[in-house]
Write a protein that binds this ligand. Structure first.
Ligand code: NAP
Ligand code: NAG
Ligand code: NAG
Ligand code: NAG
Ligand code: NAG
Length: 323
């Protein structure tokens, strides 16, 4: 009895602990950092969901590089607090708030109109805002909340701002997707919006974003606009707040979040890289992790599906009416 107890203790200290520490060290070492020194003086960037998490760190980085940064957020008081923090950290006063609620097409249209009117240029659009709702909640427009915020709205927003971006010259659309797109196994265009489970829905919204890589990049071929999608890594942010506190949460997500997650600053690196790194234009349409290209996820290889999804989405968000 006594010796079994000692065995377990020894195993824990001499095997489990070192293995865990090595794993942690590996995680730290594998984080990609954007080393670009490029300045963004005279450039304008919009970041959705810039008041917290990955979006906030991205905004701080752009502000340090001298950009004019537009925080596209839904809550004024949260955005104002973020703006204060960014200015305090970077001494760049050129930080602006424009409200947008990505769960409403009307709000997205009003936002795009206002940007189009007030801005002379748009160099970088970071579609970062995202939600992982734990419900079948529907928006006023009648779609699943996660689908509309994560995908439909960024589709609409990007398309409405493309004119301004083309006019600007060399500009970039950067979409924050997720590795979770790998698990959108039951993806089917006929029931794009059918709720088969919260996690499945999140995965699907993230797959939609990647499928657009191909289609938008294709459509932008002869323009000065390029586009990139990425997985930021597992990052410790508010996105976990909505998670159901069930067994999976306590045994998988909770330890992951607290022990092997990136900080938001680490998590923002690939977004920053895709936004500022020089000479990556030739890789428009590709998917990135840790500041380098990764192959397409298995679920995202179907080029025809990407084209079909585009035309379907165009109808769902009513884009043709604008043209
Ligand atoms: N964290 C991770 O491990 C992880 C992994 C893979 C991918 N991602 C992706 O990374 C992106 C950023 O996530 P994060 O981890 O930084 O999450 P976060 O801290 O929860 O930030 C999400 C941002 O989106 C905003 N937002 C949510 N709904 C909105 C709406 N209807 N209209 C406008 N803005 C809205 C939030 O605003 P409020 O503050 O007002 O709620 C917040 O600013 C997301 O697309 C997420 O899917 C994250
Ligand atoms: C905005 O955020 C603040 C601070 O978290 C919160 O108290 C307030 O209710 C939010 N406003 C809206 C309209 O959601
Ligand atoms: C933006 O402005 C241009 C010209 O000023 C106009 O042609 C275009 O329709 C506008 N787009 C939006 C989304 O308002
Ligand atoms: C980014 O999102 C927009 C809007 O959904 C889409 O048109 C574009 O193809 C996406 N780009 C990438 C690289 O995923
Ligand atoms: C790009 O330009 C080439 C040469 O002018 C043309 O053949 C091709 O169809 C164009 N592609 C797109 C997507 O417009």
């Amino acid at each position: 009895m006594q010796s079994a107890y000692i065995d377990v203790t020894l195993t824990f200290f001499f095997i489990t602990v070192p293995v865990l520490l090595l794993f942690k060290l590996y995680l730290k070492c594998s984080i990609g950092w954007c080393k670009s020194q490029r300045t963004l003086v005279g450039r304008t960037a919009i970041i959705t969901g810039a008041n917290t998490g990955i979006g906030l760190e991205t905004a701080i980085d752009f502000a340090k590089r001298g950009a004019k940064v537009i925080l596209a957020c839904r809550n004024f008081s949260k955005a104002a607090e973020a703006r204060r923090l960014i200015i305090e950290k970077t001494d760049n006063p050129n930080i602006h708030i424009k409200l947008v609620d990505l769960s409403s097409f009307e709000s997205v249209r009003a936002f795009a109109r206002s940007v189009n009117e007030s801005e002379e240029r748009l160099d970088i659009l970071v579609n970062n805002a995202g939600v992982a709702p734990q419900s079948e909640e529907k928006t006023r427009d009648g779609y699943h909340l996660g689908m509309q915020v994560n995908y439909f709205s960024m589709f609409l927003l990007t398309n409405l701002l493309l004119g301004l971006m083309e006019k600007t010259g060399s500009s970039r659309v950067v979409n924050v997707s997720s590795l979770m797109a790998n698990f959108a196994l039951k993806f089917n265009l006929n029931d794009l919006c059918k709720h088969l489970g919260d996690v499945d829905m999140y995965c699907r919204t993230k797959l939609c974003i990647i499928l657009f890589t191909k289609e938008l990049a294709k459509r932008l071929t002869n323009t000065s606009v390029t586009t990139y999608s990425l997985h930021p890594g597992a990052v410790k942010t508010d996105i976990y707040n909505d998670a159901l506190k069930n067994v999976i949460y306590w045994f998988v997500f909770y330890p992951m979040k607290n022990w092997c997650s990136k900080t938001p600053e680490e998590g923002a690196q690939t977004t920053i890289y895709c936004s500022v790194e020089k000479n990556i234009e030739q890789f428009s349409g590709q998917h990135f992790e840790d500041c380098h290209i990764v192959g397409d996820y298995y679920s995202a290889r179907n080029v025809e599906l990407a084209a079909k999804l585009w035309s379907m989405t165009e109808k769902l968000v009513g884009l043709n009416n604008e043209k």
